[in-house]
Write a protein that binds this ligand. Structure first.
Ligand code: KMH
Ligand code: ZN
Length: 274
């Protein structure tokens, strides 16, 4: 039987402005409402960026801790905090994210041009962050924006051994201006380069959302969707909310014969303690 599909929702991100996308969950209440609804629609993982009282991205430790506790109390979702933050966040603040005690965290494996900005992830930082995940008992998800990042993932594993939890799970972030194009040949090349036994999801930003989703399902991958990655449902129609993106991913996965994986199974699949 084919493996069910892990659906990750990335509801907020650090880039979109609340004024431009009113459905973006920026308060804790909005995030909890969104998380519960996305869980009902088929998500098992939530990739979390938080905002401050002015809706600006923040890595404030107390807010992160409160967010983790609230999501744990009100959902069964796997709580994955972003260590990428915003392109302006210093490395020290990004390392401190682990102190909030999430189940999992994102770990980007290299620097990438990010539209007009640069998302900085030099080897010493990536290496420090990886070892911190091992010490703190947080399961990393390796965020890959370009082929070179996969070389760094191999280097991390060779140098520092397996991740906490023992599973190597990656996320291909495609369609970012400066990174992987969001198309089938690129996805196939990336998957072929992954470490043996690695599992992976993919997300296509902007207009690459649908091609990447279908390519990932066809290739046996898992899915990430959400307003962090796209604010347009179909050409010319803004996303109503994160739930409709999860619902569409769940429908596509079900049509592909791989319906959404429930959070308890996803925990075991990703090596996250119960
Ligand atoms: N906001 C981007 C600069 C992650 O969450 O780890 C980085 C990002 C990746 O979103
Ligand atoms: Zn993110």
């Amino acid at each position: 039987m084919s493996t069910p599909t892990v659906i990750t929702v990335a509801p907020t991100g650090a880039e979109a402005e609340k004024t431009a996308a009113p459905a973006l969950p920026v308060t804790l209440d909005e995030l909890l409402t969104c998380a519960k609804s996305c869980e009902r629609a088929g998500a098992s993982v939530i990739h979390v960026h938080i905002r401050d009282a002015m809706s600006r991205p923040t890595l404030d430790p107390a807010r992160l801790k409160d967010t983790v506790s609230a999501l744990r109390a009100e959902t069964s979702l796997i709580v994955q905090l972003s260590t990428g933050g915003a392109v302006t966040d210093p490395y020290a603040a990004r390392l401190r994210v682990l102190e909030a005690g999430p189940d999992a965290c994102s770990l980007t494996c290299g620097t990438v041009n990010f539209g007009d900005d640069v998302f900085l992830n030099p080897w010493p930082f990536v290496s420090d962050l990886y070892q911190a995940t091992q010490r703190c008992g947080v399961v990393p998800e390796f965020e890959l924006f370009d082929l070179g990042h996969i070389a760094t993932l191999h280097r991390l594993l060779d140098r520092h051994g397996p991740p906490y939890g023992g599973r190597i799970h990656c996320d291909l972030v495609m369609g970012v201006p400066g990174g992987f194009p969001g198309d089938l040949p690129t996805l196939a090349a990336a998957v072929a380069a992954l470490p043996e036994h690695a599992t992976w999801s993919a997300t296509g930003t902007g207009r690459t959302t649908l091609p990447v989703m279908f390519a990932a399902l066809a290739a046996g991958g898992h899915l990430r969707v959400g307003m962090e990655d796209t604010l347009t449902y179909t050409r010319g129609r803004p996303v109503r909310d994160n739930t409709e993106l999860v619902r569409r991913a769940a429908q596509a996965a079900t049509l592909a014969g791989r319906p959404p994986m429930a959070p308890p199974e996803a925990r075991a699949f990703l090596g996250i303690p119960g």
